[in-house]
Design a protein around this ligand. Structure first.
Ligand code: ADP
Ligand code: MG
Length: 487
């Protein structure tokens, strides 16, 4: 049998705001001590009144604008009623009928809606005797994005989630670290043999992109196996067991009527068009360059390879370092796509190569992120310009870069101090060439017999002997002359 897999995602992200969604308690996802960022409102005490966090509403609207969605003119909050120890009021304030955003798309996946709600407290069940509840998380603004059931594989679902994470970071809407629970993915999965939809299963607790991919693959196979046996798939909520790499049944799926949604009476309705700051025109003006726009610009103007572009798009700090350095190298930098063709420059490529292979390596060794890089991109640019002019060998460039990374300092001074400058001095290079010829009779013979590779080998030996100081072009010329004469 041929089965079609259908997936729709529900993704939650904690918004990066100063305070919580409906009160003035601090929104701090890094807080380690439990129950310190709390107040009577987010603890759900009777008689308290919520107020709407304007910044959170704005962030969701910005996400909507970036996705090309329809921004609501009228919106309201609703109570979603259920009991659990992590939901102190006995209901969650969410949005049901009037989400802030409808439609839009990302990575070719159609978005159903984006709405705003509050996060729950965090329970931990680490011991057998009791559970603990930390209310620091209760009431943190939580964005929920729902896609249409138009995804067909685990890898497509993971790609979508990655691009959403990137967008949230570009917008400053959320740090969206999955391992910290700042972004959480739920996958609805169904399989069917025909064009109609099969019964869907919702898989929760997916806290890495790999888990998204693996859980969908597992669930697809489990459902197909059930149908093949002549059984059926039941609509339910399942969890993901990371160590067993399996989904497991958690509970029967609740229906929306189980929640007894009704409009939150303690909050005002929102008339978005009456708030100038929230106008679509204004929101669009405030949008930064978006990931896909940056991708296109970098490809078009720098002629960089896809892998390099992706590094600068994914790692915002690294991209900024690269672009600032290029600026200091004096390369024209159009900030917007126009009709002009890219000005490719050798120094752009050189700078990019040293950033991607060497600087990234140094950062990785120290387990630093690009934000922790102390090097001034201007100094880096000066180093690259020396290399581009042939004043430094690639070996010396790497050495200077390492010193600059570890101790800081001026590249020109480091070069002087360590005597790393490349020299074209005739008598110095002549001595090197003669010594190399004497020491490598076999390679010399091979070169004389016409093997060009042998010359490269001799140049390499000469570079080594000179401690990287000989200008390789001049050395090669000198070797050719000498070996030619001896013919
Ligand atoms: P429910 O009311 O059961 O929560 P929704 O219509 O709100 O269902 O859809 C929830 C999520 O499930 C959405 O992401 C949607 O794309 C997805 N979904 C709906 N039907 C299917 C299906 N047959 N297979 C996979 N995903 C589906
Ligand atoms: Mg739903």
């Amino acid at each position: 049998m041929n089965y079609k897999t259908t997936i729709g995602l529900e993704i939650h992200a904690e918004l990066k705001t100063e305070t919580k969604m409906f009160c003035y308690s601090k929104n701090d996802t890094e807080e380690k001590s439990p129950n310190v960022n709390i107040c009577p409102i987010c603890m759900g005490h009777p008689g308290t009144l919520p107020t709407i966090n304007k910044e959170a509403v704005k962030k969701v609207l910005k996400v909507g604008a970036a996705l090309g969605g329809d921004l609501a003119d009228f919106s309201e909050f609703d109570r979603k009623n259920y009991f659990y120890p992590d939901i102190p009021k006995g209901y969650q304030i969410s949005q049901y009928k009037y989400p802030l955003v409808k439609n839009g798309s990302l990575n070719g996946v159609k978005i159903t809606r984006v709405h705003l709600e509050e996060d729950t407290a965090k329970s931990s069940h680490d011991t057998d005797d009791y559970s603990l509840v930390d209310f620091n998380r209760a009431g943190i603004p939580l964005m929920e994005l729902v896609t249409e059931p138009v995804i067909h594989s685990g890898s497509e679902a993971a790609e979508f989630s990655k691009e959403l994470q990137l967008l949230l970071r570009y917008l400053g809407a959320s740090d969206a670290n999955m391992e910290k629970g700042e972004m959480r993915v739920e996958a609805n999965v169904s399989v069917s043999e025909s064009d109609t939809f099969g019964v869907k299963v919702e898989v929760k607790n997916l806290n890495s992109f790999r888990a998204v991919e693996r859980a969908i693959a597992y669930e697809t196979e489990r459902q197909i196996a059930a149908l093949e046996r002549g059984g059926r798939v039941i609509q339910e909520t399942r969890g993901w067991n990371e160590s067993r790499q399996e989904t497991f049944s958690q509970r029967m799926k609740e229906e929306s009527h189980d929640y007894r949604y009704f409009p939150e009476p303690d909050l005002p309705k929102l008339k978005i068009s009456e708030i100038q700051e929230f106008s679509e025109e204004n929101l669009r003006k405030e949008l930064p360059e978006l990931p896909w726009e940056k991708r296109e610009r970098m490809k078009k103007y720098f002629g960089l390879k896809n892998e390099a572009v992706e590094i600068y798009v994914q790692d915002i700090g690294m991209g900024k370092f690269f672009e600032t350095a290029i600026n200091h190298l004096g390369v024209e930098l159009p900030s917007q796509l126009g009709s002009s063709t890219p000005k490719l420059d050798v120094s752009v490529n050189l700078a990019s190569n040293y950033i991607i292979s060497d600087l990234s390596g140094l950062l990785k060794e120290k387990n630093f992120s690009s934000d922790e890089l102390k090097m001034d991109p201007k100094d880096f640019a000066r180093l690259i310009s020396m290399t581009a002019k042939g004043e430094l060998s690639s070996r010396a460039t790497k050495d200077v870069l390492k010193i600059m990374f570890e101790e800081g300092g001026d590249p020109e001074e480091i070069v002087k101090e360590k005597g790393l400058a490349q020299t074209s001095d005739d008598s110095f290079i002549k001595n090197i060439a003669e010594e190399i010829i004497v020491k490598n009779p076999v390679a010399v013979e091979e070169y004389k017999k016409g093997k060009e590779n042998a010359l490269q080998f001799l140049v390499g030996q000469g570079m080594k002997l000179s401690g990287g100081k000989a200008n390789p072009g001049v050395l090669q010329k000198m070797l050719k002359e000498k070996l030619g004469k001896n013919l």
